[in-house]
Design a protein around this ligand. Structure first.
Ligand code: THU
Length: 129
């Protein structure tokens, strides 16, 4: 957990957030133990921006991963940088209710959740068909 928080905090420096100035880093560990990183990537046409979690998921899938074991998300503080609704659903695609989600700020871990707590009664791959 501390390693993931530290990785998410370190990668925050690479966030592209010139509009919000709200730099976010995400570090996720896949089921093979590999760590994948992501940052938010904003855009002048704001709806085209991408959250850090989405970037990290893209990195995992690009590396051949399909299962998230745990994830840390670090924002600037002081407020909790919990994943947005869209990212909760993105995480659900590659994890179940028990996924640990660690939320940090530059001082370290702030709070810990599970995906099931943040996205109850979710619709996932098993619900299709
Ligand atoms: N953001 C993330 O990257 N992850 C989160 O968990 C919450 C919000 C980004 C989106 C946008 O670039 C900026 O933070 C402000 O909303």
């Amino acid at each position: 957990m501390e390693e993931l928080i530290a990785a998410a905090q370190a990668v925050r420096a690479r966030a592209y957030a010139p509009y919000s100035r709200h730099a976010v880093g995400a570090a996720l560990r896949d089921d093979k133990g590999r760590v994948h990183l992501g940052v938010n990537v904003e855009n002048a046409a704001s709806p085209q921006g991408q959250c850090a979690e989405a970037s990290a998921i893209g990195a995992m899938v690009t590396a051949g991963g399909t299962c998230i074991a745990e994830i840390a998300i670090v924002g600037p503080g002081p407020h909790l940088c919990t994943p947005c609704g869209g990212c909760r659903q993105r995480l659900r695609e590659f994890a179940g209710d028990d996924l640990p989600i660690f939320i940090g700020d530059p001082d370290g871990l702030q709070e810990q959740f599970t995906l099931g707590a943040l996205l109850p009664a979710s619709f996932g791959p098993e619900n299709v068909g």
